[in-house]
Structures are given as C-alpha cells and as structure tokens.
Ligand binder design. Structure first.
Ligand code: GLA
Length: 383
C-alpha cells in the first residue's frame, strides 16, 4: 500500500504543515448482486485501490477540502448546513453533516483527497471517499466509531445527502475488509463471516470503460420494484424459490423476474460461500456464472459490453467463473482465474474485447485488502 507520492508535497503547498493520512479501499463483489437493499446476502472483498485523505487540523470550525483529481473547492462551516453541488464535494460534506447529526462535535479540517479507485466503474469510489473522509474527520477531532457504525453513517450520507438509495455493501466492505478474504455479509442482521480466498486463484477485474446513462435511474427503479413486490410476497430474504413461486402469481412478468433473481441470488451466495470454505473453487466459479446470467436475463442490469467480457472470459482456459460486479449498466466484471493462466487471460480478454467493441479495457489483478485505516507516515520507510 504505497502512499501516493504527490500527497504530502501537495498538502504542504495548499495548506502548509504535515497532515495525518487515512485511506479507505474500493471493492469488488464476488457474488450477491442487487441483494443488499432487500436485506439479502453479499460477498464483497476490498481491493488494492484506495481513496486517500490527508487531513490537517484547523483552529476554527471550517472544513476546507480540495481534490487532486477533480476541480472545485469545498468550504463550509460546521455550524451551518452545507449545500449540495452534485460533484465529489457532496461525499465530504455529507459525511461531515451526518457525523455532526449523530452528535459528534467535529473540529475544523483541511483535507486533500487523492482517489485511486476508478470513478464510475462500479468499484465503489463513492464509498471509499465517504469512509476515508469520515475516518479523517473523526480522528482529526480525537473521536472514534465502531467500523460497522461508521459504514452505516456513510451509507446514510449517501442516501440522504448525495441522494443515491444504495444498500450497505460498499461502505461495509470499505470499513471492514480483510486481507486475502471476502466477507459474507447478511445485510439484514449485519452479521458477517470472513471467507478465505483460494491461494491458487486470482481476482481479475476487467473494466468495460463504459458507463450507461441508465445506471442510477434504473438502480432506484429496481429497488422500488423489489420493495413493492415484497409487500405482496413478504420479505424476499425469507423466501425459498418454492414459496416465492406460490406467492408471485400476481406480480407482473418483469417484476416477478427481478424478484426471482434476488431469491435465487441469496441462495447462490450461501452455496458459493460453502463451496469456497470446502475448497471447491470450481463450484464457486459456476455460481458466479449463474449469477451473471440471472443479472442479465432476470434482473436486466447487464449490458452488451459486460456480456462480451464475461463470454470472452468463459472461453478461456483457467477461468473458474466470471460475472458483472456492482450496479451494472457498464463498469466492471470480476473473473476468478487460476493464477498460472492470468497473463494469458489478460492478453486474450483485452484483444478480444478490442476486436468486438473498439475499446481497450483496463484490467486489474487484485488481492483482497484490509479495510479503512490511518496510515502512519513512518510506513513510507518500509514500503
Ligand atoms: C451499488 C450499490 C450497492 C449494491 C450494488 C449492487 O454498488 O452501492 O449498495 O446495491 O450496487 O449489488
């Protein structure tokens, strides 16, 4: 975990002095997609891209924030309600507002933000900036919070201030991620267990390099559809496929299919986690493939580019499974690839995708990481 080279000089130039450093990772979801907001099961891992926040204390109650990657300056007093701007500053203002709203009295801070998580690619750059900022603001004020409470607070900032009705998965894994493990989270009880990732396989993320306009409207619509259906069928989380089919006869065809995805996906997460725990990577990969088909055909959140990437992956040797990850309508796929085949996989997928779409995908080979934390400046000496 390398401290970005520009961070300290840029902070000194903009604000003066030596900051404290905080980082929070993005995530990839291995299985359990579009299940979190109906209290279902998910299985994400934190990845080696983080958002970094360099923070310096101020004597007043002002927050002043700038970003290395994006224009704009956020400046507001913690004694007033910040305004929304429709850009990165909303994540910073949103978590500050929520921290104060739950009773934390914050000190003023100068913040410099450096994001490594590709934005708009479905790898949770939003959760990463929320969590890193919230952690920085707390520690800057000599305060702390339990990681799960921090995740819930950041989700609330996104729901209520930024205006995206996301579930808890992204903020949870950014706070609680564990090295070399995925976490299987029950989004209703918020209990979770760590599932060790197989040492013989690598997590390979392929970025379609597209983000379709539909993404946020369709996200909120799917959520509303699921909530409306659950008023008829009972909580989707409690249904087996059999009880669901008995209760779903009055649902319209598209809504019935959406719920069918959710009910079957919850079952797949349980099976998939058990397979990994038994060392059966092949079975785990099959559940990933099934999950993609269900998201494509029943939940209808895939797109041509995601389908091309998963189909290309499915034809290559050494691939256990491949699926879209995150909200969909563009963004990334995640493939589980036998480590000795990774180099070939990367080359073949990149050239196949370029032939079919004219686009060059970014491909990241990832290792599961720990969750958000303060990074000591001394760590520079050992990395
Ligand atoms: C986005 C949301 C998550 C989750 C996924 C889909 O990443 O932020 O809460 O709903 O989509 O699984």
């Amino acid at each position: 975990m390398q401290i970005p080279a520009t961070l300290l000089p840029a902070f000194a130039e903009s604000f003066g002095g030596r900051p404290r450093l905080f980082r929070a990772p993005g995530r990839v979801n291995l299985i359990g997609e579009h299940t979190d907001y109906t209290g279902g099961l998910v299985m994400p891992a934190a990845i080696d891209f983080s958002t970094w926040v360099a923070a310096g204390r101020r004597e007043d109650r002002m927050i002043r924030a700038i970003s290395e990657g994006f224009p704009g300056v956020l400046e507001f007093s913690l004694d007033q309600t910040p305004r929304r701007h429709g850009n990165w500053t909303d994540y910073v203002a949103g978590v500050a507002l929520m921290l104060e709203a739950v009773g934390h009295r914050l000190r003023g801070a100068n913040l410099l933000i450096h994001g490594e998580v590709p934005v708009g690619s479905g790898l949770s750059s939003s959760a990463a900036i929320e969590v890193a900022t919230a952690l920085a603001l707390l520690r800057n004020s000599d305060l702390s919070m339990e990681p799960m409470q921090l995740a819930l607070l950041c989700q609330r900032a996104e729901n209520e201030f930024v205006g995206i009705k996301c579930g808890i998965m992204d903020q949870f894994i950014s706070c609680l991620g564990r090295e070399n493990h995925a976490l299987m989270l029950d989004c209703r009880s918020l209990t979770y267990r760590a599932v060790r990732l197989p040492s013989e396989a690598s997590l390979v993320i392929c970025n379609t390099m597209v983000r379709h306009e539909l993404a946020s409207t369709e996200y909120n619509r799917r959520r509303e559809d699921c909530e409306a259906a659950a008023r008829i069928t009972g909580p989707l989380r409690d249904l087996t496929m059999e009880t669901f089919e008995r209760r779903a006869s009055n649902l319209s065809d598209p809504i019935r299919k959406c719920c069918q995805h959710v009910v079957s996906e919850n079952a797949r997460v349980l099976e998939a986690a058990a397979s990994l725990e038994q060392g059966d990577v092949v079975a785990f990969g099959r559940y990933m493939d099934e999950s993609h088909r269900s998201l494509r055909d029943d939940y209808r959140v895939s797109c041509r580019e995601l389908d091309i990437l998963t189909e290309l992956a499915g034809r290559l040797p050494g691939v256990y499974g491949s699926r879209m990850t995150g909200g969909g309508f563009g963004g990334c796929t995640i493939s589980l690839v036998e480590s000795s085949h990774v180099e070939d996989f990367v080359n073949q997928v990149a050239s196949g995708y370029a032939i079919e779409t004219g686009l060059t995908p970014d491909v990241y080979v990832c290792r599961a990481q720990g969750g958000a934390r303060e990074v000591s400046l001394l760590e520079r000496a050992v990395i």
